[in-house]
Design a protein around this ligand. Structure first.
Ligand SMILES: NC(=O)c1ccc[n+]([C@@H]2O[C@H](COP(=O)([O-])OP(=O)(O)OC[C@H]3O[C@@H](n4cnc5c(N)ncnc54)[C@H](OP(=O)(O)O)[C@@H]3O)[C@@H](O)[C@H]2O)c1
Length: 250
């Protein structure tokens, strides 16, 4: 299967690193000739398309990774054909705005953790070629509707907020004398541990937290401060603001 990448910027570079890491042959990828494409092709052996028409003609699956405002124009008038699949990672761009018939379009939301094949990537609709490609970048998660996909896309922002919380925690610790490298590793692995435990167990999250939050203990003390400062209400408001932005840009 030949995989084309239309729009080779930051996210595409992470995805391409993940594909290589997963063992795929760089020669099975063809890149549109802008952004980081020439440098990545020269360095890793990806093929470089002459233009976007050439890219579409030579690809079975095309990953569309241009900025959201550029997406509808970028796919317009290209020689799409039956059996081809376009995987758009463009946040907030509705399927109905991607004129790729007779090819089929899928929306997906990979994170930059694609680079280390650890991106939980939601996608809709569930088309086999898309799943095969996305599974290389971490656990893919098929969704039942485009509305579900929009709600799930909020996680792409949460992923950034989690990194911001990790940075804040590490900075706070190192400002109090902890070795910065240790502070960084500890903060990062704390979030990994919290997430993995919930991901790998099936018991209700409320019960897991009940067991964790000892009355009068340190976790409870911190939660009291956060609650007085508006968490989780502020967090919910932030999620709602992202969903609003995504659905307005549609
Ligand atoms: N960054 C993330 O972590 C992330 C996560 C999830 C989803 N996304 C989505 O991924 C998409 C790309 O984001 P990004 O951060 O990677 O943006 P980016 O770094 O700006 O990359 C976009 C690339 O697309 C190229 N481009 C634009 N129009 C083109 C066209 N018609 N033909 C060929 N190339 C074209 C641009 O080339 P020029 O430089 O020449 O303009 C640029 O290199 C966005 O839609 C975003 O919503 C990003």
């Amino acid at each position: 299967m030949m995989i084309g990448v239309l729009g080779v910027g930051h996210l595409a570079a992470s995805m391409l690193a993940g594909f290589r890491r997963s063992g795929l042959d760089p020669a099975a990828f063809i890149l549109s000739p802008r952004g980081k494409a020439a440098a990545l092709a020269a360095h890793h052996g990806f093929q470089l398309a002459v233009d976007n028409r050439d890219l579409v003609e030579r690809s079975d699956v095309v990953i569309l990774s241009v900025r959201p405002t550029h997406a509808p124009d970028a796919v317009q008038g290209l020689p799409w054909r039956e059996g081809q699949v376009v995987v758009s990672v463009c946040a907030g761009v509705l399927l109905s705005r991607l004129d790729v018939a007779p090819a089929r379009a899928v929306r997906a939301m990979p994170f930059t953790a694609s680079e280390i094949a650890s991106s939980p990537t939601v996608y809709f609709p569930d088309i086999e070629q898309a799943r095969t490609v996305l599974d290389r970048l971490g656990p893919s998660i098929a969704l039942a509707s485009e509305t579900d996909f929009e709600v799930a896309t909020v996680s792409a922002a949460v992923y950034g907020w989690a990194q911001d919380l990790i940075r804040n925690t590490a900075d706070w610790s190192s400002a109090r004398g902890l070795d910065p490298e240790i502070a960084r590793r500890l903060a990062a692995m704390t979030f990994v541990a919290a997430g993995r435990l919930i991901a790998e167990k099936s018991e209700p999250m409320d019960r897991m937290l009940e067991e964790l939050v000892t009355p009068g203990g340190i976790t409870e003390r911190g939660l009291q401060v956060l609650s007085a400062r508006g968490v989780p209400a502020a967090w919910e408001e932030a999620c709602a603001a992202v969903l609003d932005k995504l659905t307005r840009s549609g």
